[in-house]
Design a protein around this ligand. Sequence first.
Ligand SMILES: [Zn+2]
Ligand SMILES: [Zn+2]
Length: 341
Amino acid sequence: MAEQADSHPLIPSRAATGHTPSSLSVGFDMLFTAGIIVVLLASALMLVPAITGRARPTETIIIGTLMPVITLSLLSVIERMLPAAGPRKSLRSWLMHFQLNVFFFILSGIVGALTITGMNGLARDFGFTLGFIDLGFANGKGLLLVIVATWIAAVGQDFFFYWFHRMLHVSQFFWQHHKMHHMDREVEAVTAARQNWIEVVISTFMITIPLVLIFKTSGLKAWQLGLVSGTIITTFDMILHAGHANVRIGGGRTSMFWCSPQLHRIHHSLLPEHQDKNFAFVFPIWDVLFGTYYAPKPGEYPPTGVHGEKEISSFWEAQIFTPREWLKYLRAQKEAARRRA
Ligand SMILES: [Zn+2]
Ligand SMILES: [Zn+2]
């Protein structure tokens, strides 16, 4: 399959995408990856006790922090054992994407924790209560209700994600940022967090803050709140990664209710008929409701990427990508205005 998709007329060969691995650079990449994981652990060990206000067993924090790293690695192994939907990444490209994911975990953890504590602090100081839908209703009423509460919050989160994501496509300005996620011609589980750091800042305003304003979790003890939010984040994250998996799994008509890898591959497609379709991540019903749903046909696994863009070649290039593209875009706009005048 990989060879077949590799030779697709719309896809440049791997040699043209700039990946020329050498054992020295792969060794360096592995070291760098280990370094980022250490930073992830260190930031969690410092941050968790500072935010929850109490000491936690070190093992719990380490296991909790490594969970997403481990699940992503497992998913990458599993996806290589199944028939591929398109070309697979070289080891070097996989490592670069893995680094982007781990860095994204670090940033989202820090920014998410700061936002929630900051907003709770503001609410306390100014005497208003946050949230009008109380997820605490599940408190003490058994696991099933906790799962229902988690699901409600995840579907709610997906509503905001849907509009956030659609905005990233509609606005030319924000597309300069989001296109890096789409430029991947070898979409795999690790593509999920192929993001510039600015993604965390924008999504805080468009997803985290609305969610904190809508949902509250009164009556839940700190550890329960940790468990619920941990479950929501892990579930959402897993769905996000599994949805990008390079596998031929579609789900037929059921993909209206869950984001199958095929459904999201359509979103990443190079083909014109797939443009601006399938934005949702947990609940594609949002796409059905707002008219952007595209039902994949059996065996429809299109090539992915963005025409006319040069692939990023390093972790660092990914970090400067958005500011660089914004600068280019604004300059071009200015130039166009000057010409019109
Ligand atoms: Zn998109
Ligand atoms: Zn995607």
